[in-house]
Each structure stands twice: as structure tokens, then as C-alpha cells.
Design a protein. Sequence first.
Length: 73
Amino acid sequence: MKPENLRIIKGHGWYKNFVGHVYEIVEEDFIQEAYLVKTWYTTEDDIRMKLCVVFKEDCEIEISEKVVQESDY
């Protein structure tokens, strides 16, 4: 089964510059009405994972073969 992902459709908070990007959902937060998503970034020596929150009103859910991260751009 393919992982569930979300596509950011509106900018808010940290992801306002990443509208259109797709992220893998790690967990759903029912209290904040948000998703915890997996992101990453690169340093000189390493690739580092980071978990970030995306509000449900700012995204749509999809099943995707490839997850695009900001490090792909």
C-alpha cells in the first residue's frame, strides 16, 4: 500500500513558501486539526529529518508514489 501524503494548497506558518509540495503524513492531530508530516533538510555533512505541523484547512490528502520535499528544489 502506498503511503498517505498531503499536498499543501494554502500557505500558513512555516510552509507558506511550499504551496504545491507533498509531504508524508506521520500522524494526525485531532485536537489541533492538523497533520504531523515528515520533512528533511540538508547540511554540509548530513541530511536531517524534521517533523512539522500542517493544518488540515491548508492541505488535501492524496496517495502518491513520490514525496517531494523542499530539498528537491
